[in-house]
Design a binder for this molecule. Sequence first.
Ligand code: FES
Length: 160
Amino acid sequence: MDKDTRKEGLRVEDLESADLDELVGSIEETIRKEEREIYTERTLAEAYNPKNVGELENPDGTARVTGPCSDTVQIHLQVENGRIADSKFITDGCGASTACGSVVTELVKGKTVEEAFTVGDREVLSVLGGLPEENIHCALLATNTLRAALEDYKNKKEGE
Ligand code: FES
């Protein structure tokens, strides 16, 4: 490193690849530590390894809802003999919305349509062990989307 570089501070282009790996590793560790202070272990597990991400080919019920934060959650439902046989979600929202989508789609599987209507944000928050105040609406967005997908299913069924 020349004198000028030292004067200006550390620049990325001056780092050896091993230094860069170490720097990235240390930044990631700091972020993870901060996340652990804010979110429960279960929330982080669901956010980083969400279940049921994607879309169903011919969903029986579907909804896409955009929340006040401008993020959107989409939920697809497959209903067999009045029970939710499968459910998938996608979201362009925050990590908490991913965790909530994962939990909601897991919670409804095997439930009757009427039972699935009772899955609310409180149940999602209870599974996750709570969310910070600023993320409570993310749980509500996921359960509102579920409710809209169930309504869509019911409307289609009535139209048959
Ligand atoms: S869903 Fe928008 S901030 Fe979480």
